[in-house]
Design a protein around this ligand. Structure first.
Ligand SMILES: O=C(O)CCC(=O)C(=O)O
Ligand SMILES: [Fe+2]
Length: 346
């Protein structure tokens, strides 16, 4: 199957920067090679092993780390859909995420700032290390975007975005998320053609469509395994759904709503979802994936990006000087939606 998403070898060159920008402007999604990312392949594999262990651990242990209003911890939405007594097809249609997730906020001095279940307690250092790898890769990508956007040197040039994502500027909403989509194939009402495992959303998205606690990142990294596909994107121009085949030894990068807003819509935040693919004779399969959502430091003012390319887009998004928000303002607007959603469920 051909991929709508191109694969770009990751290097520190202008050519790579230009290609990344072109992909971000046309599709909002791009694969980059793991080589050049500074993330050793065995570290990715190891995280998948840890992820498997945590999702397989007793529910009562995970429940003690239930997702907090600031988006840290374990969430298991609509678990009842796997309970034959209470299943209704509507539960996994359109609006529902049938996945489980474990979110880690920022670590401090190698320590998680949230309760961890016993299955994770021996892995705190590895989780911290992996989240650092992801953060550093995001800085590298943000530097390349700064380069391609030809940000005014006097204003910070290619480091304009990275300085605003620096941990020295304060805490941020950056989150490492482990995801597990148990196979729904065994359910009598489940129709892979109609039922999605993860509702359509952009990374922020419409909360009503996708009640998942994804906040409002500038960029997202997604790690997937070749035998466990399922992601689809809504093509921004064709408005049709396209499966995104998994490319081995590559990381999927997508632009989040915050960066799209910041760049006055030049970079696209594309709607995506996870479906249960038709595995043919192989039968249904579980899917594990891992995402890292990179956010600017909370106090960052989302002022217009000093780039001619962005200025020429007029008063859209952050170019609209009437509405200078901080990164935290964006996050808060998202969190209030979270509370709204929770109270509706109660
Ligand atoms: O699991 C996936 O492939 C997608 C996850 C995702 O889009 C998200 O968590 O925002
Ligand atoms: Fe997403």
């Amino acid at each position: 199957m051909s991929s709508p998403v191109s694969l770009i070898p990751l290097t520190d060159t202008e050519e790579c920067a230009e290609r990344l920008l072109e992909a971000a402007e046309t599709l909002g999604f791009v694969y980059i090679t793991l080589e050049g990312s500074n993330i050793p392949p065995e570290k990715v594999e190891r995280m998948f092993e840890i992820s498997k262990r945590v999702f397989a651990s007793p529910k009562e242990e995970k429940a003690k780390c239930h997702i907090s209003p600031d988006n840290k911890g374990w969430s298991s939405m609509h678990t009842e859909i796997l309970d034959p007594e209470h299943q209704r097809r509507g539960d996994f249609k359109d609006n529902s995420w049938a996945n489980r997730a474990f979110n880690f906020g920022e670590f401090k001095d190698g320590k998680a700032q949230q309760p961890l279940p016993p299955a994770l307690q021996d892995h705190e250092l590895e989780l911290n290390e992996f989240s650092d790898y992801c953060y550093n890769l995001c800085l590298k990508l943000l530097r390349l975007f700064g380069m391609a956007l030809k940000i005014d040197e006097a204003e910070g040039g290619k480091d304009w975005f990275t300085s605003r994502h620096s941990r020295s500027e304060g805490p941020s909403g950056s989150t490492l998320r482990l995801l597990f989509y148990p196979s729904l194939g065994a359910h009598p009402d489940f129709d892979p053609k109609l039922d999605t495992q993860a509702g359509a959303h952009s990374d922020y998205g419409s909360y009503l469509q996708a009640p998942v606690l994804t906040l409002n990142p500038s960029i997202t990294l997604l790690f997937q395994r070749p035998s466990e596909p399922g992601l689809e994107i809504l093509h921004p121009h064709l408005k049709t759904w396209h499966p995104v085949p998994v490319i081995p030894n590559a990381i999927l990068v997508n632009i989040g709503d915050l960066l799209s807003y910041w760049t006055a819509g030049l970079l696209l935040s594309t709607v995506h979802r996870v479906v249960s693919p038709d595995y043919g004779t192989e039968g249904p399969k579980d899917r594990y994936s891992m995402a890292f959502f990179c956010h600017p430091a909370h106090p960052t003012l989302l002022t217009p990006v000093p780039s001619e390319l962005i200025k020429s887009r007029g008063g859209r998004g952050a170019n609209d000087a009437e509405r200078t928000l901080t990164s935290l303002d964006h996050l808060k607007s998202r969190l209030s939606s979270t509370y709204g959603w929770k109270s509706e469920q109660a």
